[in-house]
Design a protein around this ligand. Structure first.
Ligand code: HEM
Length: 395
């Protein structure tokens, strides 16, 4: 039996990295029956697949994202509809736009949550700091002003289960369908309000920007992509921040260096954390014709996972790729993807993550992991610590 045939979803979810390392060595382009998809695992092939829309289309017949969120989504279409959806996002999430509002948006939220935890002495930072703050910041920028944080977290946990349900497990799908229905019910009244009274939110801009006076983009066209942005945008900055902090807490010399030079080294730590454990594992594509890659033929119509998290650990590009090392000299990573579907929220995330980490490191400089409650990482399509219990001197 070939190694790829032995791979199970449970093993991928527990820790995909040894599996990817072996695939990179032995069969860098391989059909993985458990996930119903071809895995492409070496950096150069990943970049090739993700950048080559003519050979590898974003619309995938078996896409769990479309099955869960509807179509078209920004992630799963190419050409003019993609350009149109992307333009709508870019109005609010391009670097200059983000610079105009991110401080004002993030500072008060972070201060409130930090105040709540600072006197406690011990806390699970994923549940009580990173996830709520990441969800609130993104939801507020999109236009979900009044949805409470517990609801936002329930949504993204439910939607994430569906978006990663490659194996089409009916129980997982039911959880995701319930979350998506709830999100949809919440979005409709917001659409109604924004259609009448535009504001500065991303959703309002998607409805109105570039349209004739009195016209708005159709809700059906925007809805699936708003769900994509809600899921990726709420979940990933918080998850990335948790991973960065875990990397620093388990490498005290690097933590010390960052604390002494937050301006210079925190951005490097953020990039290294995202490389080390990429929050989103793949870009899904579908071969438009038979394609020779890595010594095998991917047949026309086959679903292909361009495995970003494996590219980020490719030993052909990084020395000691499994180590978290903020001083590494190789620059760049694949965690935001490649090509025309490169993350639309990258600049928002790059600005938000330091907003989450810096005040924490300044106010609680003696943060330590709680020894008998070690963090657990889960997932291959979405990977992050599920908990991050830390202790510190209350202040
Ligand atoms: C550390 C945080 C983040 C990471 C690692 C990340 C990663 C990614 C990746 C890998 C893709 C490409 C997926 C594919 O092609 O299948 C993507 C796309 C996308 N991301 Fe992010 N993301 C992050 C944060 C965000 C945020 C904060 C937002 C919202 C503001 C966002 C919105 C999007 C959207 C709308 C797309 C689809 C772009 C397109 O298809 O043209 N992401 N992201």
């Amino acid at each position: 039996m070939a190694f790829a045939d032995e791979i199970t979803v449970a093993a991928l979810e527990a820790d995909p990295y040894p599996i990817y390392a072996r695939l990179r060595r032995e069969s860098p382009v391989a059909w993985v029956p458990a996930a119903n998809v071809w895995f492409v695992t070496r950096w150069q092939d990943v970049e090739f697949v993700s950048k080559n829309a003519a050979l590898f289309a974003a619309e995938v017949a078996t896409s769990p994202v479309e099955r869960s969120m509807g179509k078209p989504t920004i992630l799963t279409c190419d050409g003019p509809p993609h350009d149109e959806l992307r333009r709508g996002f870019d109005q609010k999430y391009k670097p200059r736009a983000v610079s105009e509002y991110i401080d004002e948006l993030a500072r008060p939220l972070v201060a409130e949550y930090l105040e709540r935890i600072a006197r406690r002495g011990e806390v699970d930072l994923m549940a009580e700091y990173f996830e709520p703050l990441s969800s609130l910041a993104l939801a507020r920028s999109l236009g979900f002003d009044s949805v409470d944080v517990k609801t936002l977290q329930r949504w993204f946990h439910g939607m994430a289960i569906g978006a990663a349900n490659y194996e089409n497990d009916p129980e997982k799908q039911a959880i995701s369908d319930a979350a998506n229905a709830e999100v949809e019910a919440a979005i409709i009244p917001i659409f109604e309000k924004l259609e009448r009274n535009p504001d500065d939110s991303a959703m309002s801009r998607m409805l109105h920007d570039g349209m004739e006076p009195g016209c708005t983009r159709s809700r059906a066209f925007l809805l699936p992509s708003i769900k994509v942005a809600l899921l990726g945008g709420m979940q990933e900055p918080g998850h990335g921040a948790g991973t960065v902090l875990f990397g620093l807490l388990t490498n005290p010399e690097q933590m010390g260096a960052v604390q002494r030079n937050l301006d210079g080294l925190l951005p490097k730590a953020v990039d290294e954390g995202l490389r080390w454990i990429a929050p989103i594992g793949t870009q899904m594509r579908q071969a438009t014709q038979d394609v020779e890659l890595g010594g095998v033929t991917i047949p026309a119509g086959a679903p292909v996972a361009s495995v970003l998290s494996s590219a980020c650990r490719d030993e052909a590009r990084y020395k000691e790729p499994d180590s978290f090392d903020i001083h590494r000299t190789e620059t760049g990573h694949a965690a935001y993807g490649f090509g025309s579907h490169f993350c639309a929220g990258r600049w928002f995330a790059q600005r938000l993550i330091p907003h989450l980490l810096r005040p924490l490191l300044e106010r609680l400089p003696d943060l330590k992991l709680v020894p008998d409650r070690p963090p657990m990482f889960r997932g291959w399509e979405f990977r992050a610590p599920t908990t991050l219990h830390v202790a510190y001197r209350p202040n």
